[in-house]
Write a protein that binds this ligand. Structure first.
Ligand SMILES: Nc1ncnc2c1ncn2[C@@H]1O[C@H](COP(=O)(O)OP(=O)(O)OP(=O)(O)O)[C@@H](O)[C@H]1O
Ligand SMILES: Nc1ncnc2c1ncn2[C@@H]1O[C@H](COP(=O)(O)OP(=O)(O)OP(=O)(O)O)[C@@H](O)[C@H]1O
Ligand SMILES: [Mg+2]
Ligand SMILES: [Mg+2]
Lengths: 269, 269
């Protein structure tokens, strides 16, 4: 039965989408069957996998409007065992409708994800920045959450509050359990781990912040560090995961190392 | 009477906060009296100006709970004519309350900003990523909006939709005018302009995306380009605007050039 892991952060632009796509592809290349769900209405996941505005005709709104199973909304990618789903939202009215559904009917999303667990080994959910309705619905559907930590001060500073906010969210939701019993049956999501991204070890600020994050959150931090590389920055232009078009680059190797760490840490728990 | 300009973008981490703080300081150094309002609950503005968790005791919630004027909530900075206001929010409950106020009682925020126009030449509002309640309230209170465009594909890709979303928002709000007449008296916000940020001209991807943005949005794009520099990345660690601690650096000079362009373009309209 598949595991569901969300990529979350309050800070924007820290590598959630880049990490979700490359981790998903790395898991798929090592034999997992993977579903990548982008719940961010920006649709960064589909963009990073080479799909622009008019190329997709189904999306997450169908989960709410027509109870379509996630597996029927999923599109194939260049990687054999990797499929993805995206909101497929292009207007403000659609975004408002989607956010309203995620806020008032998170159960439908949680149950759709639960049903997909039978079909995939690993389900990754890419969230927008912040603790908005999409992120909360994703957390409700998840076993755990991964937090990319950009090696910059504003991101380091916001990390403590993110972890505290998720803690209060868990306490509030699972105490009240305002979902129906089935949806609430999954245990509250736990922290899978933190990992440093976009680290430029050559600059003082990069090294200083990375050291501080290690000091403050060392126990939850993976050893793997994802460097800032132009290879990774090119991904959305290429429309493929970096682990596909340049498997041996520093960024790709980091993502392969990271999935090894995620798997072995999880097994050790 | 002061002008109100919001920094907005759907994409996260593109330099909204960094630009709001440095533009605010640059305006102040050239003689404007400036109020910098951070409506993002992450409180990046106060962090960038050196204020951590327990140093501030008043914030934007007071606008809603006690009708306190913005000027009484404002704190001084190292720059003579620059003051700032921030949400001053530290728990999930407070964030939920704040978002609810911004969604259901935007009038109070708009009227507080309107009252502050008599006291400041320029009011800049730093928004969180996306089109959430804080950004919508900021747009309602604004004369215009500035959009930082990070020279990366995902940001370029999301730009068209951001501009279209703001257009639909304007049409919807000012057609229905669901605010009371006083708040709706300000005209709908217009695009002040776009500017390229975090541009690393040495990389192919940086140059390629910058060229494409110029091609697609040339008329609305300022000539000034803000480079990606370590000096700017250090700002939140130093707790001061970069135009203060390193006025002659490439980043600072770009922000001084940018305010000149904003002022002259606005005058020419
Ligand atoms: N390790 C890296 N090296 C270089 N560039 C990177 C790296 N990781 C991400 N990027 C680039 O930085 C930008 C931000 O990354 P990304 O969009 O993945 O972050 P995000 O957290 O998903 O952003 P948002 O908050 O908007 O959802 C993108 O343009 C991406 O191409
Ligand atoms: N021109 C620049 N050169 C180098 N680093 C920069 C530059 N502009 C911003 N940064 C850094 O990039 C990160 C993102 O910038 P910033 O936080 O200002 O963006 P934002 O759009 O406000 O993010 P959010 O979407 O989370 O509000 C920060 O760590 C900041 O220090
Ligand atoms: Mg993203
Ligand atoms: Mg910001």
């Amino acid at each position: 039965c598949g595991r569901v892991i969300s990529l979350v952060s309050r800070k924007g632009g820290v590598g959630k989408t880049t990490s979700a796509v490359n981790l998903g592809a790395a898991f798929a290349l090592s034999g997992h069957s993977v579903l990548l769900i982008g719940v961010d209405p920006q649709c960064g996941v589909s963009r990073s996998l080479g799909h622009g505005k008019f190329e997709l005709d189904r999306g997450l709104l169908d989960v709410f409007q027509a109870r379509v199973p996630l597996n029927h909304l999923a599109y194939p990618t260049d990687v054999e065992n990797l499929r993805f789903v995206t909101p497929n939202i292009w207007t403000l009215d659609e975004e408002d409708e989607y956010k309203r559904f995620m806020e008032t009917n998170a159960d439908a999303f949680v149950q759709a994800v639960d049903r997909a667990r039978d079909l995939y080994d690993t389900i990754l959910i890419d969230c927008p920045p912040g603790m908005g309705p999409e992120t909360r619905a994703a957390l409700l559907a998840s076993d755990s959450y991964l937090v990319p930590v950009q090696a910059e001060e504003l991101c380091r500073d916001s990390l403590g509050r993110l972890l505290a906010f998720i803690q209060s969210f868990r306490d509030r939701i699972f105490a009240e359990s305002n979902l129906d019993a089935a949806a609430a049956s999954t245990a509250p999501p736990v922290l899978e781990g933190l990992f440093l991204t976009m680290v430029n070890a050559r600059t003082r600020v990069g090294k200083h912040v990375a050291d501080q994050v290690t000091e403050e959150h060392g126990l939850d931090l993976y050893e793997t560090i994802v460097p800032r590389t132009t290879r990774l920055a090119e991904m959305a232009l290429r429309g493929k995961p970096c682990v596909i078009y340049d498997r041996r680059s520093a960024g790709s190797r980091a993502y392969f190392d990271l999935i090894d760490e995620v798997v072995s840490r999880h097994a050790a728990r």
